[in-house]
Design a protein around this ligand. Structure first.
Ligand code: HEM
Length: 394
């Protein structure tokens, strides 16, 4: 079987994967290049593989479940600084440098500014008038503005990257188009790093330029990873999460009645929606025994995050959105050494943004029939392409 993409229900993983999960946690998987690897479907096995140093995250070793689909091209040389695709100790060097900038304390300090950004986006949406596309007015600009400010990327330059990153995460983007997008973004960041070196500001990229031994090429790669990871992900959580809440009015009413539910609600939305829909991939560096079978050296394992997060052994009634449940233990941010660096930032953005949205527009509703919503089954990061909503002025 190849990794399925079509969904029968907008919030549930594809049926063929759900059928597999009922049979066990590890299954053979065909890749478009002819490779035969594996897919995991349980939470415990997902965590075990992601924590196992016998499995590598290296780009040059792995087979991709879709061609040119996951923000990278396996045929292309590894760009310096792309630490998401490095193993320890190479990975550790970058991660250590960045961790200091992503502490809970430091990120909590950003909350008032994130609140301000969310309010400004809602002001603009209100001015634009009902109905409006929630993706364009709310879900995309909030994380985009936040990561730009954090990194020191002028938001006015967003046309340089918003369309480009979208091209890079779309399944089946032709190789030439993919490479052109990558080169464009790389060139943009290379110039930005040079500008920061000449005139450092009060931002993360400048801090890395002046306070680390990273070369300009490495800094370019680091900046690219942070920009792509930092806005495509949270943006899709904000729009898809809003759609899910509108589809579950009882849950939304409970959240409105008790705003202290928001932290748990965000964890549950992360679990239920599992936007990294094709999961993480790792390649065996040696033969590894898993679940009674041998994963051979060189075989790629797709760790299905959506199936791990619907594991009935871990989460009672897993297909139900239940904002009051204890959803901690989900793997939406991965696990092990590559566990999401920006997870606290993403959590703060979601808590602030959902709360601001539902406070501002109590009567928020879909402006089109659900059948008209185009779901992102064609993107590495799941979501909704556009979310037309109607609202009454505050
Ligand atoms: C809801 C939003 C987000 C989700 C669901 C998410 C999910 C993930 C996942 C699953 C991984 C691990 C991938 C793997 O093991 O192969 C990861 C890694 C990463 N994420 Fe996030 N992410 C989110 C938001 C962010 C934000 C806002 C940033 C901003 C800086 C960010 C930066 C990163 C980075 C840099 C890595 C690589 C870490 C490493 O290799 O050490 N992410 N993310």
């Amino acid at each position: 079987m190849q990794l399925p993409t079509a969904r029968e229900h907008p919030f549930d993983p594809p049926a063929p994967l759900r059928d597999l999960a009922a049979q066990g946690p590890l299954h053979p998987l065909s890749f478009p290049d002819g490779h035969i690897g594996w897919v995991t479907t349980s939470r415990d096995l997902a965590r075990a593989v992601l924590a196992d140093q016998r499995f590598s995250a290296r780009q040059d070793l792995r087979h991709l479940p879709f061609e040119h689909a996951l923000g990278e091209d396996p045929g292309a040389p590894m760009l310096p600084g792309m630490f998401l695709r490095l193993d320890p100790p190479d990975h550790t060097r970058y991660r250590r440098l960045l961790t200091a900038h992503f502490t809970v304390r430091r990120l909590n300090g950003l909350t008032p500014r994130i609140q301000q950004i969310a309010d400004e986006c809602l002001d603009a949406m209100e001015r634009a008038g009902s109905p409006a596309d929630l993706v364009q007015h709310f879900a995309l600009p909030i994380p985009s503005l936040v990561i730009c400010e954090l990194l020191g990327v002028p938001y006015a330059d967003r046309s340089e990257f918003q369309g480009t990153t979208e091209t890079m995460v779309r399944l089946g983007t032709p190789k030439e188009e993919y490479m052109a997008a990558m080169n464009h973004l790389y060139g943009y960041f290379r110039r930005l790093v040079a500008a920061k070196r000449a005139d450092p500001g009060d931002d993360l990229l400048s801090a890395l330029v002046t306070g680390s031994d990273l070369t300009d090429e490495e800094l370019t790669g680091v900046g690219l990873v942070l920009l792509i990871a930092g806005h495509e992900t949270t943006a899709n959580m904000l729009s898809l999460g809003t759609y899910a809440l509108l589809r579950h009015p009882g849950q939304l009413a409970a959240l409105r009645a008790d705003p202290t539910l928001i932290d748990g609600a965000v964890e549950e939305l992360l679990r239920y929606l599992s936007i990294i829909q094709f999961g993480a991939q790792r390649t065996a560096l040696e033969d590894v025994e898993l679940e009674g079978v041998t994963v051979k050296k060189g075989q790629t394992v797709v760790i299905s995050i959506p199936m791990a997060n619907r594991d009935p052994e871990q989460f009672g009634d897993p297909d139900t959105l239940d904002l009051a449940r204890q959803a901690t233990g989900h793997v939406s941010f991965g696990h092990g050494v590559h566990q999401c660096l920006g997870q606290q930032l993403a959590r703060i953005e979601m808590r602030v943004a959902y709360a601001a949205l539902f406070r501002r527009f109590p009567g928020l509703r879909l402006a089109v029939p659900e059948e008209e919503l185009a779901m992102k089954t064609d993107m590495a990061i799941y979501g909704v392409h556009r979310l037309p909503v109607a609202f009454d002025p505050a």
